[in-house]
Design a protein around this ligand. Sequence first.
Ligand code: MV4
Length: 597
Amino acid sequence: MFRKVLVANRGEIAVRVMRACEELNVGTVAIYSEADSESGHVRYADEAYNVGPARAADSYLDHEAVLEAARKADADAIHPGYGFLAENAAFAAKVEAEDGITWIGPSSESMETLGEKTKARRVMADADVPIVPGTTDPVTDPDEVRAFGDEHGYPIAIKAEGGGGGRGMKVVEDESEVADQLESARREGEAYFDNDSVYLERYLEAPRHIEVQIIADQQGNVRHLGERDCSLQRRHQKVIEEGPSPALDDDMRERIGEAARRGVKASDYVNAGTVEFLVEGGEFYFLEVNTRIQVEHCVTEEITGIDIVKWQIRVAAGEELGFSQDDVEIDGHAMEFRINAENAAKEFQPAPGGKLTTYDPPGGVGVRLDDALRQGDTIVTDYDSMIAKLIVHGEDRDECIARSLRALREYDIEGVTTIVPFHRLMLTDETFVAGEHTTKYLDEELDRSRLEEAQEQWGTEETASGDDEEVVEREFTVEVNGKRFEVNLEERGAATLPTASGGEGSSGRPEPAGGDSGGSEAAIEGDGERVAAEMQGTILSVEVEEGEEVAAGDVLVVLEAMKMENDIVASRGGTVTQIAVSEGESVDMGDPLVVLE
Ligand code: MV4
């Protein structure tokens, strides 16, 4: 077993992995960016290393910085969590090549193989796993698409080889759209994934999203741990996950689990993974493999009693799985509610960070809270709007729903807006309670006015800018047993010393870079209102032109961040006098996007 594991992540998943380490009597190392110096995962770890500034590309995603922290800490394993570097085959390969440090996760080769969508489809088809009718090789010619349409009918999904999650899919409704959509899919594939290969699938109109949890050891044992239903999504973002699925009967449950096992076994896969399927018309079809632990793994842990993260660590250390497939039993029902700092009544707009003036999570029978927060923390929203996960277990789905309502009523959060009101609404929504929602329900069917009512009834106000206490940094030289150390101390709440240049916001941190971080090149002129990026991300589209009149609420720019599409809207009417960004550009929090007079 390892002595010390570096968790290359932050927030709730970092604490979750560290808890598994603690139970295995393994030391824990955290990494943190400047934005996270006071965060919960740093508090929890035995030791912590700064890997860089707030910008993820310069800290959590910086391969060398993370590896250097592992070397400095003398860690003998790295757990990536999810997101960040969790499915980065190049980084996994670097860790595999590093003497004395083990990668806790599937091999970089498995990531490469299963990350290439057409190859994954071939592997699955060869293992007799049903795939969506389509091609297992890339297509380049519109005539290939038309021929596919003649055979299988429309609509057709054109998917990017390197895509996944919510990106890289175009839907062709009829033959007239073939050439444009094929060109658009290839262009976006090149822009976003550096890979213009695309393949075809018959488009399923309103599927459910069912995924099967897998764990495999180095001795060739592969177990499935049942399925999760992740059909309740908004713009490809999961919000509530549950298990077992209310849409599967026992026969399909058995078949989909065994299909996942066959597919993973054929891939020589080791460690934890998830096989995603689309389910429609009583059939299931392979979609893709996620080669990491997932946000929603807790649902499976609660209905099987199996600690997946501990098995990840033990399998990486060479241990054999200690249970057979027949030992895996599904007990009761569980739901996971992602507690996102977003305002569901405002198109799930990310809420500004703030001080958690009240943080009083629920408890009691069947209630699990995975977070890295305590009252008084300042919410860091540089990376992901999810601040916690509430997981609830009941003896059946009805009890799970009743218990979840009780837990959400108890969940007292003040100081930042969250989607708790949305969750309380869904637990009284007829379609969701009946388990009849599909992946399109939130985006196309739910009445938006009900979100506003829920926010009115159960929402909390955001604090203003929060009375951030002053942070004063002082440098000291200390001598211990004759050895001198230079030490930087941060004093919170102390009187601010007069500084020569100022240049820091109330937070005590430097203001976000002013557009010189790979963001807008144009100098911003004039004294109009500067509409700035609320978070780091990539410009998906610019929806206005210079000189255009806009009204309050009009979408100016769509920013892709935290795997979500975020509409940046005009707060008031005006004329667009300058556009500082263009499609595909990356921007940092605070970078100017548009100027309105
Ligand atoms: C599909 C599909 C329908 N038919 N493929 C969305 C992103 C990527 N994970 C695959 N996705 C889909 N692929 C075919 N052939 C519908 C979706 C889809 C979806 C899938 C799962 C969960 C949520 C979704 C939301 C919209 C579309």
